[in-house]
Design a protein around this ligand. Structure first.
Ligand SMILES: NC(=O)c1ccc[n+]([C@@H]2O[C@H](COP(=O)([O-])OP(=O)(O)OC[C@H]3O[C@@H](n4cnc5c(N)ncnc54)[C@H](OP(=O)(O)O)[C@@H]3O)[C@@H](O)[C@H]2O)c1
Length: 324
């Protein structure tokens, strides 16, 4: 989608994804107005300095998506919203479940209401593989976010199109295993949950492509999933430090051995197009319309699990992606 002349809001615009996406669209499009929305003043201050050459177009707004009145005002005159703000650290959400509910569920509903009231044209939310058959608080709250977005389409009377992208670990992102291993490699010992534990992997650039695909194509209510390679945690440890001793500590509480991007139940509702899977909603637009719109390709899928993936990164490929 051409974003020239558009007014865009990124919730969580100071986070890893938000910052990368903001830079991408400012470099590639003649954006009219970009609002970066999040809470921490320091992150805003640093990003404002880094974005100084775009200061005529970018506005840094401090606020919390839990604040309904604030988000209602911020959405005024906005064409497109990318909803990236979230509580995303799994152990923190386990220890503080209500905080995750307030941000990931209630905050998302505030945003939905604000987008409908202000007749925003397109809204894309970022979800996670942990939302498929969730076993932890983070995944559970993101599943509800997905369902809120699906149902928002029927409330908006087609004035606002809501869709979701569900993706996996961004390679090397904050809180993932890679920065931890990089930090510990000089100690000569790496703690690994399980050498055979697997995860899907996407790069930040692929994450940005996914959002662009959703903005271009979404009809409303769908969950768009990238087709991505997997890696084994043991192979990442080898790639970071082959000579290090590997201490197996076992999976953390509420952590799966293999992640699922599409469950076997959702597979029945899934079509494939242009290198993406699209999970169609149970409510709203009819299945045939999605099939026609996306020019769906024939394929077979029982479940899309990182453990049963046909594409695994080799140790050499992982090495090439490691931060220098
Ligand atoms: N990183 C991954 O591997 C990955 C994988 C799958 C999905 N995702 C999803 O992608 C999104 C972005 O992830 P990320 O890695 O960029 O996370 P991140 O670096 O932690 O960024 C999160 C952003 O949200 C803001 N935020 C948090 N709570 C907020 C609130 N209540 N109100 C307003 N802003 C709030 C944070 O800033 P303040 O704390 O200053 O408010 C920050 O700007 C999240 O929705 C996450 O669930 C990430």
């Amino acid at each position: 989608m051409k974003l020239d002349g558009k007014n865009i809001l990124i919730t969580g615009g100071t986070g890893s994804f938000g910052k990368a996406y903001a830079s991408y669209i400012l470099e590639h499009f003649d954006i009219n107005r970009l609002i970066i929305f999040s809470r921490d003043e320091q992150k805003h201050y640093e990003q404002k300095r880094a974005f100084a050459h775009w200061s005529d177009r970018v506005h840094f707004v401090i606020g919390d998506i839990r604040d309904r009145e604030k988000i209602m005002g911020v959405c005024r005159g906005i064409d497109i919203v990318i909803h990236s703000a979230a509580m995303k650290h799994m152990p923190m959400a386990e220890e503080n479940p209500m905080e995750a509910v307030k941000t990931n569920i209630l905050g998302s509903q505030n945003l939905i209401d604000a987008c409908i009231a202000n007749e925003v044209k397109k809204v894309v939310a970022l979800s996670t593989d942990k939302a498929a058959l969730p076993i932890n608080v983070y995944g559970g709250t993101k599943l509800i976010l997905e369902r809120l977005f699906m149902s928002a389409n029927s409330l908006s009377e087609a004035k606002t199109i809501f869709s979701v992208v569900r993706y996996a670990n961004v390679f090397g992102s904050k809180g993932s295993v890679i920065p931890l291993f990089m930090k510990l490699k000089d100690t000569g010992e790496l703690p690994i949950t399980h050498p055979e534990m697997t995860r899907f992997s996407i790069t930040m650039e692929e994450g940005i492509d996914l959002i662009q695909f959703a903005l271009n194509k979404s009809l409303g209510g769908e969950v768009i999933v990238p087709i991505a390679p997997s890696y084994k945690v043991g192979d990442v440890a080898e790639a970071v430090c082959a000579s290090c001793k590997k201490q197996v500590i076992g999976p953390r509480v509420a952590e799966k051995m293999h992640e699922i991007l599409i469950s076997e139940f959702e597979a029945k509702q899934t079509i494939k197009s242009d290198g993406f899977f699209i999970i169609m909603p149970e409510i709203g637009i009819k299945r045939e319309e999605y099939v026609k719109h996306y020019q769906a390709e024939a394929f077979e899928l029982e479940e899309y699990s990182s453990g049963k993936n046909s594409d695994f990164l080799t140790i050499e490929e992982i090495k090439k992606q490691l931060p220098r």
